[in-house]
Design a protein around this ligand. Structure first.
Ligand code: GLP
Length: 239
């Protein structure tokens, strides 16, 4: 696992350069994408590069990590809405090649279909991850199984608290999500993790140098052969 510590802006630029390289070498790359505040500077940089003609998503396909159960794609807090608003509507990607788990039809069968669709597309070339303050990746919460595929996940109280800033009250925060599993994530050929701000310091330290333990789901990334973590000084403070 490689850790690069720089400012948020530099991390976003360096991470965007990885996408530029990948998409230039493999225009039909399969990208695993993430939501949350953390990827926003990267998405702004990708939009800038796309508008400048430096990279194209025209042949790329994307698969997002997760979606809240019960939110329609046009709900402003849904992850589908977030991705359209922060990235897809501003770049040359074909909407039909973008995939976010369906938060309305959340059966075990639909969840399994998501993994099959990823495999049929050739597998994920580059998976983007944020990290929750408790070390979750996607919505794989502490204590969950290592061998999970896309599944319906119960959200921990701390994750609902952390995400309530996007909703009018805690009662509006969904209690479940459909999320890629740990195994789905570990199958990606390469992984980029972004972590910014002091709230992520403990989780980043546990991910990078803690024991590989389900208590910190992100710690399993130590076992993946190609992971780069971009963190600002505050997030890397305890490493
Ligand atoms: C959510 C998402 C994660 C994300 C995390 C951190 O729980 N499911 O994929 O990494 O939040 O979000 P933020 O970047 O806003 O801190």
């Amino acid at each position: 696992m490689k850790l690069i510590c720089d400012t948020v802006e530099s991390c976003a630029r360096l991470a965007a350069a990885r996408y530029q390289r990948l998409l230039n070498e493999k225009p039909d790359a399969v990208l695993g994408l993430a939501t949350g505040s953390t990827p926003e500077p990267l998405y702004r940089e990708l939009i800038r590069l796309n508008k400048a003609g430096a990279l194209s998503f025209a042949r790329a396909a994307t698969y997002n990590l997760d979606e809240y159960v019960g939110l329609r794609g046009d709900h402003p807090q849904s992850y589908r809405y977030f991705m359209d608003d922060r990235l897809f509507d501003h770049v040359d990607i074909k909407k039909e090649n973008t995939h976010v788990p369906d938060g309305l039809h959340t059966t075990a069968e639909n969840a399994a279909d998501y993994d099959q669709a990823i495999a049929a597309a050739g597998g994920i070339d580059l998976q983007l991850l944020g990290i929750g303050p408790n070390g979750h990746i996607g919505f794989n919460e502490p204590g969950g199984p290592w061998n999970s595929r896309t599944h319906i996940a119960d959200l921990s109280d701390s994750t609902r608290q952390a995400n309530k800033r996007f909703f009018s009250s805690i009662d509006d925060v969904p209690t479940q999500a459909i999320s890629m599993g740990i195994m789905t994530i570990m199958h990606a050929r390469s992984i980029l993790v972004l972590a910014f701000g002091p709230a992520k310091a403990q989780a980043v330290a546990a991910m990078v140098k803690g024991p590989v333990d389900p208590a910190c789901p992100a710690s399993i990334l130590q076992l993946h052969p190609d992971v780069t973590v971009f963190a600002d000084e505050e997030a890397a403070a305890l490493v």
